[in-house]
Design a binder for this molecule. Structure first.
Ligand SMILES: [Cu+2]
Length: 115
């Protein structure tokens, strides 16, 4: 009787764990945010896991507009002075992906590190 009770309990825990991990695998997402200040990205390096849909928020703390751009991430999006944009970045393989501010590329540069 006691042994049978333990068996049932163990089975239920197994089922719950399996359901939870399946849900997680289908909804892997990461949220990142970065700021632009004095034509520099802060932080200049951001990290996210591989094969994950990424939501990136870019806040421009400067009063002048900037364009968030990256060839390898395939994004190019205007951020108004004191404005905020939100973008989706496709799931990526491990690597370092460079991005820059197209209006101040000499100073506004950063990397998205996928690990
Ligand atoms: Cu551009």
């Amino acid at each position: 009787m006691k042994t049978s009770g333990k068996f049932v309990l163990a089975s239920s825990i197994g089922a719950v764990t399996l359901a939870a991990s399946t849900t997680f695998a289908l909804a892997e997402q990461a949220s990142l945010s970065i700021s632009i200040k004095d034509h520099h990205f802060q932080p200049a390096e951001i990290h996210a896991p591989a094969n994950t849909l990424i939501t990136l928020v870019v806040r421009n703390l400067d009063s002048t507009p900037e364009e968030f751009e990256s060839k390898t991430l395939r994004v190019e999006k205007l951020v108004a002075g004191n404005g905020t944009i939100t973008m989706q970045i496709r799931p990526l393989a491990i690597g370092r992906y460079r991005f820059f501010g197209d209006y101040h590329e000499d100073t506004a540069e950063g990397y998205l590190v996928i690990e």
